[in-house]
Design a protein around this ligand. Structure first.
Ligand SMILES: Nc1nc(=O)c2c([nH]1)NC[C@@H]1CN(c3ccc(C(=O)N[C@@H](CCC(=O)O)C(=O)O)cc3)C=[N+]21
Length: 286
């Protein structure tokens, strides 16, 4: 339905399936033509169950499209130097095109310094200051996967961004801040709210596009959303084996024109974007 705005629930799994199908084909022809296999190394420090799950999801996705994925598991007691040495070793390896350091890290490790040790050309998460700087000046190379996946979904559903009032809830380096930059680059009017915002509802209720990444279960209720808004929920809170988003979906779904569920929304799109970045990194490096 080109040019016609779609309505309803944004199916992150369907979008990611389509992206994966395109990548599978592309990677197969890279292999056939040049014998090249894109490679991703993930580094997981410690035993956090959520982090273990996310890394597992990423590896399974790599397997589906034909990306070589290497799982480096490090003990929680590893020193900063040992971690940096691991990263530096991966920087030199020709078979590894993307390096993903799973966050959060144990308290005694300096995540910023570790991110800066990753070769910017292999920084498929888009967290290195070099790539963050490029994003800020409108050169979107490697950008963080969650906001990039949200842009992808906006394009998929033909949602105009230019001139729209966008509100982002959450000002993390991983979602909120890069999301703001990406939407500014596309000429939206952007407000970024966070824990210190005085009157959250006064912002969210005016949003044409609302992106929520605060990590607070069901923070956004129906009265905080404008009728016809497009709503993205990047929150994940796990309680007793159930996953909740930052948006009270059952309440908001009838007010929004488009909305992502949790699970099955932003999460799968994040992973599909990571696969795209690894494939892109391999093509660029070779
Ligand atoms: N360096 C780094 N890069 C990341 O990209 C990164 C990270 N650290 N740390 C943690 C967050 C979290 N994250 C998710 C990705 C996919 C789902 C996902 O696909 N979730 C499924 C549900 C899976 C389930 O919990 O059963 C869904 O929403 O449908 C969730 C979370 C990536 N992260």
């Amino acid at each position: 339905m080109a040019g016609e705005a779609k309505q309803g629930i944004i199916d992150g799994r369907a979008i990611s399936k389509q992206i994966e199908a395109e990548l599978t084909e592309e990677i197969a022809s890279m292999k056939a033509d040049d014998g090249m296999v894109p490679g991703l190394a993930t580094i997981l420090v410690g035993q956090d169950p959520a982090s273990q799950l996310y890394v597992r999801l990423k590896h399974k996705a790599c397997d589906r499209v034909g990306i070589y994925a290497e799982d480096q598991k490090l003990d929680a007691s590893i020193t900063q130097k040992e971690l940096l040495d691991r990263i530096k070793n991966l920087n030199t390896r020709a078979d590894i095109h993307g390096i993903l350091l799973q966050l959060p890290l144990p308290q005694h490790l300096d995540a910023k310094k570790a991110m800066q040790a990753i070769d910017p050309a292999k920084d498929v998460d888009g967290f290195h200051p070099y790539n963050v700087g490029n994003l800020m000046i409108g050169d979107e190379g490697f950008v963080p996967c969650t906001p990039a996946g949200i842009i992808r979904a906006l394009e998929y559903y033909d949602v105009d961004i230019e001139g729209k009032d966008v509100v982002i809830v959450g000002h993390s380096n991983v979602v909120g801040k890069p999301m703001a930059a990406m939407l500014l680059n596309r000429n939206a009017t952007v407000a970024v709210c966070h824990v210190y915002t005085k009157d959250l509802k006064s912002y969210t209720a005016g949003a044409d596009i609302l992106v929520v990444a605060a990590g607070v279960k069901h923070l956004i209720k129906e009265d905080m959303v404008k009728k016809g808004a497009v709503v993205f929920d990047a929150g994940i809170t796990e309680e007793e084996g159930k996953i909740y988003g930052d948006v009270d979906f059952e309440n908001v779904v009838n007010k929004a024109s488009l909305i992502t569920p949790v699970p099955g929304g932003v999460g799968p799109m994040t992973i599909a974007t990571l696969l795209t970045h690894v494939t892109f990194a391999a093509k660029k490096i070779e």
